[in-house]
Design a protein around this ligand. Structure first.
Ligand SMILES: [Zn+2]
Length: 188
């Protein structure tokens, strides 16, 4: 995981704020764990319509908790070959801030390997955190800052019922940061 480099002047303030916000309030009532488990069983059964329904339930639970509009969700069998402009694209999902649509895919483009549940859920949390950046925090853009990754990780751990980890960061040239995994794992 590598953060984005700080942008030039105009959006720098939002970027710095996103970087500073390391904590995220969490439901902590087992609700996300329950809906995440239904995503997992739907994935095992392998029907994308069921996976979509479970993801929509997950996003309804998170959106209601953070009091933001519910984003749309589309579950694709495989990663689209062409990725549109204005979408924030990851390896396993993307988010369009204009239409508030999250897309996640169950297979990687090249090897058609099924995405593991952990990766899939973490992608869903990641894309939802992009949604939060616009809808809850009011940022004009959604950057991958240290704060963004920490908020995403907090949400993911709540949804998996695993203890949150403190993340340690190392500076890399160009104003970016990467996670120091050995140190992070040692402290867990
Ligand atoms: Zn992203």
């Amino acid at each position: 995981m590598l953060t984005d480099a700080p942008p030039r002047k105009t959006s720098r303030e939002g970027f710095m704020e996103s970087d500073r916000i390391r904590a995220l309030g969490l439901p902590q009532n087992g609700r996300l764990l329950t809906v995440a488990k239904s995503v997992e069983s739907a994935m095992k059964a392998g029907k994308s319509a069921d996976v979509r329904r479970a993801c929509a339930e997950f996003l309804a639970a998170t959106s209601d908790f953070y009091r933001v509009p519910r984003p749309g969700i589309r579950v694709l069998a495989a990663r689209p070959l062409r990725v549109r402009e204005h979408w924030t694209t990851e390896l396993f999902g993307d988010y369009n801030p204009r239409t508030m649509l999250i897309r996640v895919w169950m297979r990687t483009a090249v090897r058609r390997k099924v995405t593991s549940f952990g990766t899939f859920l973490s992608t869903l949390c990641h894309e939802f955190c992009h949604h939060l950046d616009y809808q809850k925090f009011g940022f004009r853009d959604s950057w991958h800052t240290r704060g963004f990754y920490e908020r995403t990780a907090a949400l993911y751990h709540d949804a998996r019922g695993t203890p949150p980890k403190r993340l340690f960061w190392v500076a890399v040239p160009g104003g970016c940061w990467r996670i120091d995994w050995p140190r992070t794992n040692r402290s867990a």
